[in-house]
Design a protein around this ligand. Sequence first.
Ligand code: FAD
Length: 355
Amino acid sequence: MTNLVDVVVIGGGQAGLASGYHLRRRGLDFTVLDADPAPGGSWQHMWDSLHLFSPAEHSSLPGRLMPAQAGETYPDAGHVIDYLADYEKRYDLPVQHGTRVDAVRRDGERLLVEADTATWQARAVISATGTWSRPFLPAVPGRRTFAGRQLHTVNYRAPADFTGQRVVVVGGGNSGAQIAADLALDGQVEVTWVTQRPPRFLADDIDGRALFDVATARRRALDDGRDDTGGVGSLGDIVAVPPVRADRDAGLLTAKPMFSQLSADGVRWADGCRESADAVIWCTGFRPALSHLAPLQLRGTSGHIATEGTRAVGEPRLHLLGYGDWTGPASATLIGVGRLARDAARNIAELLAHN
Ligand code: FAD
């Protein structure tokens, strides 16, 4: 079955929903295709104790303020899922859940969007498929010889899955620090936290609000042709959310340098030190989920697609939203994606008006 539509949005997480909001405001005919069977994007798959690093009112999509969560300054993932599900319903966004797009191809005047269930012929496409489905694991010698469990951030749920075990957590970003803190606070797990370089905690009074302000100031400076003020990376890597701060202050969150290899029963450092482990949790990041765009042959050597704003340089009918700062400042945050979605919708409306 082939459907005709002006715009197809691929991905129904926060970036896809923000796109839908602005496409609707522009009166465009669109559909949103989402692989997950239920609303909430990647928030549905995060670990049990995860909380946002910004208060609710600083975590909102366009049009609708995220309500506060009772008893929590920083809402949990369940609250975000409820907010996104409500957002989808409130704005009557046409999201087809359980629809995975396999390929986007050029087809004359149109782009052909192929899913397992059907095909769409669109005049423009917004890709908003996130990174969660593409966990990255570094190549470390001995990874295949380790006899214990190896997980990535995407598979971690709760300390109860590791009671009485020795667990090595790898990664100096927010996921690594938060998962190491979660396990250490539990008190029933022996945790070793390993980072490539010494962990860089942000000052305790810096949360997502301040990070957004820094990203915005940088964008303004660059747009105005002023000197680069430095992005959020210049401030540090780890937001000191309450559990991380508690563990750090209690001396439970000290990192060891990265080990040089895995052995059957644990990890080894270059100086010969070793530590046995029952599990290794790789909090080593993600790559953008772009395989459905492969037929368009747009990827450069960086693994990204070159963009001007959100628009793909090599295919003006394609926009990319979310993923990371390479598609716009704070594009992969709740508060940051709205402005970029608005720009993408405006750009698409202009394109369609002239074709
Ligand atoms: P996703 O939420 O991943 O949604 C992508 C959607 O696309 C999914 O529903 C998926 O099913 C669908 N999809 C994927 N591939 C296909 C396909 N081929 N066809 C159809 N559908 C597809 N941000 C904040 O603002 N505040 C925070 O406190 C915060 N904390 C974070 C903590 C962690 C641990 C992580 C990992 C991220 C955090 N973020 C936070 C960042 C950010 O908000 C998320 O990464 C966000 O989920 C990105 O939204 P998205 O819509 O781009 O992608």
